[in-house]
Design a protein around this ligand. Sequence first.
Ligand SMILES: *[C@@H]1O[C@H](CO)[C@@H](O)[C@H](O)[C@H]1NC(C)=O
Ligand SMILES: *[C@@H]1O[C@H](CO)[C@@H](O)[C@H](O)[C@H]1NC(C)=O
Ligand SMILES: *[C@@H]1O[C@H](CO)[C@@H](O)[C@H](O)[C@H]1NC(C)=O
Ligand SMILES: *[C@@H]1O[C@H](CO)[C@@H](O)[C@H](O)[C@H]1NC(C)=O
Length: 960
Amino acid sequence: MQLLLFLFLHLLGWVSSFYPNHESKGVGLQDLTDTDITEMGILKAVATFMERNPRPGTPEFRAGELVDLSPLTPTTLFQAYFKADVSPSRFIKAIQQIIVGNNEVEMYQQDDSSYHFNCEEISKGILHFQTTRDSVFSGLSGSVSMSSLESARLNTGRALHILQKFYSNTNWVELGQNTPYHHLVNSSVLAYPVAPPTIPTCKDCSVDNSGFFDCTGNILVKNLLTSGYKTSTKCRTKPKGKCGHGGLYDETQFDPTTGGINKETSNPKLSPHHYLHHKAAGLAINATKEYFIGQGFGLLDLLGPDLFRKFFNLEGYSLTFVIDVTGSMGNDIAQVKTTSIDLIKKHANSLDAPYNYILVPFSDPEYGPVFKTQNVSQFQNSIASLTVGGGGDCPEMAMSGLQLALTSSEPRSKIFLFTDAGAKDISKLDDVLLLVESTKSQIYPFLTGYCVPTGTTLTTKNEYEILAEVSGTAAISVEKSNLNTVLGVIELALNSAPVLILHTVLLTDRLPFLVDENLKEISISVSTNTSFTLNVFLASGLEANTTTVVSTENFKIVNIIVEEPGSWHVVMNKIQTCTFKIEGKSLLDFSYQIMEEHNGYVLPIQGHPTKGSNYTLSVDVQGSASGMMITKILLLNKNGEVDSSINVDQMTDSSGRLKVVVSVQLQLTLLMIGIAGKTKNGTEFERVNPDLIQTEDVQLIFPPGQKSTLIEGGTLNISVLVVNKGKQRSQFKLQAKDEFSLLTEFHPSSVTLDAKETMNLSATFRAPANSNYSSSIATFTARSESAKNYLNILIRVVPESTLVTDDTPPQYEIENMNMPCKDTWQLMDECKKHQWDLIFRAWDESSQVYVSVGSEIPEAQELVCKEPVGAGSIPWVSCQYSSSCCYPYVDIIMQDKAGNANVLRVDNRQPMAENQNSNTVKVAISCATVAFVVCLSLLVCFLIFWRRRKQQSQGIYRID
Ligand SMILES: *[C@@H]1O[C@H](CO)[C@@H](O)[C@H](O)[C@H]1NC(C)=O
Ligand SMILES: *[C@@H]1O[C@H](CO)[C@@H](O)[C@H](O)[C@H]1NC(C)=O
Ligand SMILES: *[C@@H]1O[C@H](CO)[C@@H](O)[C@H](O)[C@H]1NC(C)=O
Ligand SMILES: *[C@@H]1O[C@H](CO)[C@@H](O)[C@H](O)[C@H]1NC(C)=O
């Protein structure tokens, strides 16, 4: 069954939007994807914000100084704003989360045309956008947690996806519009009228010499909004006379009405209106920008600048101390208070300084409270006021303390843990590891003692060593009396643009490494089991001038200001097993995403990758990349040795971006990703991303086509697929939970699966009444002896009222029509002298009625409507239209506030007049040439039938 479902979705294939990203096949290099549009829109919004808000004490920016940067990338923006090397990696992470939310719509809502504005489901699309956007805004009111920010970013991605589709899939661009559709983002602005079902919107496309459809000018409506039909389970047919979506992946592109109108790409095979792709994408970028900074309705104006900064992670990192305050720690705390505060003070006014300082004490059974400040002296005072005591047995609540620290700190923070005991709450280790993974914060444990937690046995690594390994640091064990000598590590963490050059464990006395000109300074850290000495030599053979940061017998860190790039080396006095870590300060860095194919699109994976599977690895290089080249993608094992390398040969593109997309098979259990290449100057460089990737034998999948939204007071059932990707039968413990406890039950809680076997886990969520617009991230985990994986699903609650769309167009009634324009009265010289007019009334059940002229009539004509009148709850307006007999036709559009429209069509043009109705003429001419009499009767029949049909169908009135 599962297989069938997937096959079926696969057959449906590609969907209806700009393409999600450049990793997906078939996207032209110059095409703008969902990812490009989202990123550009965000960059323009944030650049505008930064331009208006220079840092305190710095000069004002010129208008356009940041917004018009070329290229405008996170790195160039941060460099121009801070006028220094400040890494934008936190900001990039926020952008990536928004993009994941955006791309997920292609995974989960791909079959729902209303999320794509297809099939003329325009008011539904607007409603989806507005409820999603509203849940972002209400989720961010009050005090925001990191997970509410994450929900908000994912929801924003979804909302933007819907918003952006409007421009590729409707005829907004073809209507000649040059600004975003403001009703979409601001419902107080009047909607544009939508073509009613009875109005034909497109004609067949012609076929050009190369066999493609030429769909130029195929849209028939000039004053009505419409969109293309693409069949799916929610939209089964393309009605006669309606536009198609068009392109290779539109199954009905050859059925009438042939061709289509999509502007997703600039490829004519995929997009009939390919020549409007860049215009549509430009409007989508501008609409994305307005979503964030639109005056009066954007996120900035509605939530304020502080939340805006938080939302985009513009605030920098936290420096967080998690301190054991049981009896034996008194002396440790005294050393931390003096030595580390001195180090922190040295940097307090530099750009390297943290955004804030956080202190979390823990003992047993207490932990917390969190103390947060932006002032170093206050931070020092809070450490000074810690009182030690208690403790009883050895282990303490370290994991609870860390959990609190991780959730209180900004993402990508530095967390220093001081303790002399094991963790009593070791059961929380997995939760802490998940937090480390999702926040990308680094934990630096300082251990002045250790005891094995009760109920566990000492394995090869203790819990602190595991945490250090996963966050790319090292646990430092030191005698209590020597704690002072290693606190220099804290100073190294004060770096506004940290990069990792290598991190490796080797049996050697000599280590060569590459230093490029983008590195301003580097630090070299070496630890071993016995004592050693260390010297560093430059490419020229000269010894480097080093500053000692930490120097104990078996652990040393030195700092070096880089003046001469090239191939350097570290030399030790004897061969032994050493852990080397070389870090630096540089803007040349990279981020990556592990992705896989879904329905033809390549999208980021959820959870951990599975061992042995094939993935697409997408690497984005940051920094002033121009002229730079990537030569290798490296897969490193957990000891930092290169396990495999993939040769690539990629230069920066015209916009200064450098992106590498390769296929990888992940065989290692633990691995890191690195890149190697050459700078503009030809210097070789290497960078390693410190995040440790763990591959697993189990996978959790949220099968598409399920809802993840529930209405307040309602329930939602979802099922999650658990797949044993391992080679043997295993038992898995299954868990599910969500932040706001909407989950009421799930089952089973454990399952035994054979190799390759799958099963469904089902979960039920219930939203309390009054829980309007909350969002909660549900985390599902599956865990065996040797494997664990997780899946996050954003569960959204919306008020019931938001599910109801007003689909009813206004109604009308003709009260009087005076149409004297016949025969000679329609001729050129004569027509000006004669007038015709029409009096009608219009009303709508739920809104005001707006009446306008929908035909392009170049000459004097008049539409006058009186103030609404009428008894009861439904007032009506009375209008009079008049024009000369030169134009004996008109479309009167009556619409409600939501854009539902009805068209009163009058067309009294004679077959022989200039702008004849082409259908009628064709029939007439061919008839004449064949058999006049037969055809005349046919024509009469046809006209009668046609007229009757049109009169029956709502909204069209024809008078001959
Ligand atoms: C988007 O906005 C910019 C700046 O306001 C404007 O110059 C540009 O023409 C707009 N793009 C489109 C496609 O309208
Ligand atoms: C180290 O510092 C000394 C004194 O400042 C200077 O003369 C020497 O050139 C420096 N060596 C290197 C390799 O930079
Ligand atoms: C992964 O890719 C390799 C090489 O393209 C192929 O031989 C292998 O079968 C693939 N493995 C899976 C699990 O798809
Ligand atoms: C790159 O090379 C040029 C010429 O060799 C030199 O002037 C410049 O300083 C180098 N750039 C850096 C950043 O080292």
